[in-house]
Design a protein around this ligand. Sequence first.
Ligand SMILES: NC(=O)c1ccc[n+]([C@@H]2O[C@H](COP(=O)([O-])OP(=O)(O)OC[C@H]3O[C@@H](n4cnc5c(N)ncnc54)[C@H](OP(=O)(O)O)[C@@H]3O)[C@@H](O)[C@H]2O)c1
Length: 243
Amino acid sequence: MDSIPSRSPLHGRYLITGASGRLGTALAARLTQAGAEVVLVGRTAASLAGARRTLHPSAAVEEAVCDVADASAVWALADRLHRDGGPFQGIVHAAGQFASGRLFALDPPVVRGILDTAVLGAHWIAQAFLPRMVARGEGQLVLVAAAAVAPGRGTNPRGTSVPYLVAKSSLAVFAHALDAELSGTGVSVSVVYPPTFEASARPGVLSATAVADALLALVIPGASAVSELVLTPVSPQTGPTGE
Ligand SMILES: NC(=O)c1ccc[n+]([C@@H]2O[C@H](COP(=O)([O-])OP(=O)(O)OC[C@H]3O[C@@H](n4cnc5c(N)ncnc54)[C@H](OP(=O)(O)O)[C@@H]3O)[C@@H](O)[C@H]2O)c1
């Protein structure tokens, strides 16, 4: 397992949604290696257990089953986690659903899954968890959008789908609007725009670990100076999905 060279130890509790996915698992590894305590959130115990197995056995990790599109489930999760443990220093909302293809071919449950997980999920998480951060005067919420909707990129529908682009654009608007609303509270909301990434890097395609490393800069205590982060691989993007 890689270690992080010359990085300051992280103390504090972090929550990752989409923790059983490529980015969530890589980020959990980086955060726990850096000394943080991490709550892994996903919809199934089996997928979370799989993510847990990729982490060091001594890592401070808790698994929490929750569908972030379900407001009452997110509130119940926040109440339980705050009752049973300390406050959260940072939350990364990496849960996401993806579909390619033309809008007319997408089934309504697929459209709903994309939008509800990203956009409503961000709302419920912010409403359920951020008031406690504001009360402490410290904390970070990071939303994971996509390079396809990064500033200056316009929308690039190549290979993606309308609801995916709408969901990711909405996360950027959400981050900027809520960050402005929370100005002066010590709590920041930022957005990251990763290009297509995979579990392992290949030419022109970032690894999930590379994205996680970049994300760490947004969740360290006091990280309020960066409001958005656009990631671009060194060589031209050739991924099939255009995410
Ligand atoms: N991979 C890319 O190339 C790429 C590029 C740009 C942006 N992104 C974005 O980066 C984030 C992470 O991508 P990834 O490739 O790591 O994703 P992934 O491997 O497909 O994993 C997605 C994760 O989201 C979880 N999830 C989905 N719906 C959920 C819900 N309603 N409630 C709770 N958890 C839910 C899944 O867990 P369960 O299914 O177990 O619940 C899984 O852990 C996503 O937001 C994605 O849109 C990805």
